[in-house]
Unconditional design. Structure first.
Length: 144
């Protein structure tokens, strides 16, 4: 069984710990925004380690939309490279855990439709898009 390596970012690591230790009943929103967060368990593309990444919850039917925004930083969050290398993930959405497969969204039309759902769920995504030259990676997680 691969080892779990927690995030080096304190507030992120702490949110995962609270979310999971409470069985998905606490730590399920982004600070005091009341906006829902999911935890994506993914596999390190270099270490093969288990990584747990909290992301905003954006639903499209049974699918989740995963946005590599990293606050509009100039570089991608490295979990993007994990998903590109290993498509099988687990998505914890409060008390439910789903085995899912991710695919990166390349089609412009699909991306435009999904981006509207993302911004509706978490308006700051629109600011992040303006803040960076890079194309923010978007993945669809579908039930495995
Ligand atoms: N980040 C987003 O991008 N979008 C969101 O919607 C979002 C929401 C959110 C809500 C709550 C919360 O607590 C955090 C939230 N975040 C969101 C932040 C998110 O959880 C990540 O912390 C952030 O996106 C940065 O992701 P990252 O994968 O770049 O994290 C860094 C800090 C990290 O963990 N680095 C590790 C390290 O040791 O420096 C390595 C992690 C890793 O995956 N390593 C790979 C491996 O093989 O193990 C190799 C990766 C590579 O290719 O270099």
């Amino acid at each position: 069984m691969a080892e779990y390596i927690p995030s080096p970012t304190d507030w992120v690591r702490e949110q995962v710990e609270l979310y999971e230790s409470s069985g998905g009943t606490e730590g399920t929103t982004l600070r005091d925004t009341g906006l829902s967060v999911i935890v994506v368990t993914n596999r390190g593309n270099k270490t093969g380690a288990i990584r747990k990444t909290p992301l905003m919850r954006v639903k499209d039917g049974d699918n989740y939309i995963l946005v590599g925004s990293r606050g509009g930083a100039p570089t991608n969050p490295v979990w993007v490279y994990n998903l590109r290398a290993h498509a099988d993930v687990q998505v914890r959405d409060e008390t439910e855990v789903h085995d899912m497969r991710v695919r990166e969204v390349d089609d412009e039309e699909e991306r435009a439709r999904l981006w509207e759902l993302c911004v509706a769920a978490f308006p700051p995504y629109a600011d992040y898009k303006k803040a960076t030259e890079r194309t923010i990676p978007v993945f669809v997680a579908e039930p495995a």
